[in-house]
Ligand binder design. Sequence first.
Ligand code: G3P
Ligand code: CA
Length: 265
Amino acid sequence: MPEPLVFAHRGSSAALPEHTLAAYLQALDEGADGLECDVRLTRDGHLVCVHDRRLDRTSNGRGRVSAHTLAQLDQLDFGSWHPGGTSDDLTTDVPADPDRTRLLTLERLLAAVRDSGRTVRLLIETKHPTRYGGDVERRLVALLRQHGLADPRESDPVQVTVMSFSPLAVRRMRELAPRVPTVLLFEVIPRGLRLTRLPFGARIAGPGVNLLRARPQLVPALRAAGNQVYVWTVNEPDDLDLTLEAGVDGIITDRPALVLQRLGR
Ligand code: G3P
Ligand code: CA
């Protein structure tokens, strides 16, 4: 059985507001191997780390992320909606610093990861590749090139993998940056998916944990065909048992400390 990598989903997002610098730094402190981050485009074409199409759930803003400029989004508070964004009880002083609960751009996240001085795996999920006609992937690859991450080497302190539910996005990544590994995410087995060969050069399958419950043989079948398997989003002890028994390569979780403790790390 492989020792799975532990990825912090949107940062250490059970404890602290998702997709904030606070949540990502906490995950690194806890010892996560990697960080998961959703990216989408602002009106003026910047890649920002926000999961939802709209701002309403995770900030004090309203409306679509894509209807706002970076300067407008920079005025918003992405921390106070979450108990961990305001609590004084936490052992970390992270939420007290508003700079750590403001909008996080992918550029800022890359800088923070570099500054951590650690080797960190970054799982970047492109959101809505069909809506923006390939712009998300093009801008992502341009940014990765600027940072020297589009032609990965083992010695790079930041190891980027790009994920999507959309085979189209996986194909674009293959065309734009063929050496960057990709994950094809899915909640149900996509029609026509051949487990022996993921589409468009994806090297990693990303099933949701609910699918593992329904199809316990899925992970061994994918791995026997030479794929790696990263499972999301594993937060509950039962799901963690299931995932570990299946023998996955990566666990994506809102609670990296819990998973690491279970792994004895
Ligand atoms: O890591 C994959 C997982 O993040 C996909 O679902 O909705 O949390 O982006 P979602
Ligand atoms: Ca995601």
